[in-house]
Design a protein around this ligand. Structure first.
Ligand SMILES: [Zn+2]
Length: 475
């Protein structure tokens, strides 16, 4: 039972049931494909029927154990419900179940993909589950519990198998490779685990396939070629380009990947997972190392990148990527879409956040209520040019005017200048350089009437409902 990797919550309970002699007559194993349901069913069958048992540690040597491993035991009947889903198949089962086991302790029925049974077959199975003979045991397995009638579920002891953590798969693969005398580097094992997506069976199959193809030395590149995956360093390089706003570097990586025939949709998913890890690292600090399912090399990169941008920005990047993954299914040009979203992600990390701007505005308000007019105007100009005006206008057109007009309640001297606040913010349309806003602010503070530029007119239109009274009339 200890051979089942990553499902300790299940094996512990089953072990206890066997040791205490309280084995139920029907079990239901639930979980995605390839995470060990079939393996667990066979091991459990051995545990029940081993000549030296029932025991949680079957001997693997007696006839019963060997026959079960070879799939030739007369008393362990495996049924694939995907191809034997009719009511007749279950009636056959009901007829045969009455006979005592041929040689073993129990007659064990393993029904895989049980959700595929027809409704007639479910009814027949239900009757059997209601009153099974004492020598019969059922092990049902399914990837889709939602398709199983609740009457069946309630007759079974249910166990939900987990997706196996990547690090566990890597460790298990490493142990096998060492035993086989194969030299596989850590990133290659990680790539296999990533490709298998939490499924041990797929991971073992892939390792087997690559070893038979490559011999005794396997590199990350060999594995990436099999799965169409992106290397760890390329993935992390692209993430870093986003966080640093380094568009040329990122576009170069995307070009390389696209030419290499990599799966860009899969890349989008993996990037999203990477940024999710970065956010967890930012929130948990050093404790993240034990909470995240990553290898030591991955953790080093996550540590470094967590310091490159704050959580709201990384969150915005994740949102763009989540959106990308959905749109990738239908787009005609995945590469173009990917590049566009990459550029948006770069902007998301380099732009200032709305929180920052609101904070700056509230700082300004307190300066206005205490400070001299010229100071204030310089402050506004400086802070506006620091921020990203386009974000303000895009994200919260209604919020800025709310806070800004309050500034007009300041002493008369400052009030004149304070009137420029909403205008300056509003004037900074996406295509308007912040410098223009700031130079106009300076003019205003010298007392000259601000020139009614096209931008100011646009701004007046934009905020007409809120700040009409603060826009100077056209001469
Ligand atoms: Zn045995």
């Amino acid at each position: 039972m200890a051979d089942v990797v990553g499902q300790e919550h299940v094996t512990r309970t089953l072990t206890h049931a066997i040791e205490s002699g309280r084995v139920a007559h029907a079990y239901l194993f639930v979980g995605p494909r390839g995470i060990g349901k079939t393996t667990l069913s066979r091991i459990f069958a051995k545990a029940l029927n081993c000549e030296k048992g029932p025991t949680p540690a079957p001997c693997d040597e007696c006839d019963a154990c060997r026959e079960i491993m070879a799939g030739s035991s007369l008393d362990v009947i495996e049924i694939d419900a995907a191809s034997n889903n009719g009511v007749d198949n279950i009636r056959d089962l009901r007829d045969s179940i009455q006979f005592a086991p041929a040689r073993s302790r129990f007659k064990i029925y393993v029904i895989d993909e049980v959700h595929m049974l027809s409704s007639g077959a479910f009814n027949a199975l239900l009757k059997t589950l209601e009153e099974p003979p004492a020598h019969a045991k059922f092990i049902l397995a399914t990837t889709e519990i939602d398709k199983l009638p609740s009457t069946i579920i309630s007759r079974c002891q249910r166990f939900d198998l987990r997706r196996i953590p990547t690090t566990l798969i890597v460790d298990h693969l490493r142990a096998i490779a060492t035993k086989e005398g194969v030299d596989v580097d850590g990133d290659a094992l990680l790539a296999i685990a990533r490709g298998a997506d939490g499924g041990m069976r797929d991971a073992l199959g892939a390792l087997d396939q690559i070893i038979s193809f490559k011999g005794t030395k396997v590199t990350e590149e060999d594995v990436l070629a099999v799965f169409g995956l992106v290397s760890r360093t390329q993935l992390e390089g692209l993430a870093e380009a986003i966080l640093k706003g380094d568009m040329p570097k990122g576009l170069k990586i995307i070009d390389d990947l696209d030419r290499g025939g990599k799966d860009l949709r899969r890349l989008a998913v993996e990037l999203m997972e990477h940024f999710r890890n970065v956010i967890v690292r930012q929130q948990l600090g050093a404790a993240a190392a034990s909470a995240l399912d990553v290898t030591g090399e991955q953790m080093t990169a996550i540590d470094a990148q967590a310091a490159m941008a704050d959580t709201p920005r990384v969150l915005r990047v994740s949102e763009h990527l989540a959106d990308l993954e959905g749109r990738m299914r239908t787009t005609l040009s995945r590469r173009t879409l990917f590049e566009t979203v990459f550029l948006r992600c770069c902007r998301a990390t380099s732009a200032t956040t709305l929180d920052n701007i609101l904070k700056q505005i509230s700082n300004l308000k307190s300066q206005i209520s205490q400070g001299s007019p010229s100071q204030v105007s310089q402050g506004v100009a400086g802070q506006i040019s620091q921020g990203a005006p386009s974000q303000v206008v895009q994200n919260a057109p209604a919020k800025i005017p709310q806070s800004a007009p309050k500034a007009a309640a300041a002493p008369t001297g400052a009030a004149k200048n304070a009137q420029s606040v909403p205008k300056a913010v509003a004037a900074a349309e996406p295509e308007t350089p912040a410098q223009e806003a700031s130079s106009r602010m300076t003019t205003a503070s010298r007392g000259a009437p601000p020139p009614p530029s096209r931008v100011a007119q646009e701004a007046a239109k934009l905020f007409s409902g809120h700040i009409t009274g603060h826009i100077p009339p056209n001469p």
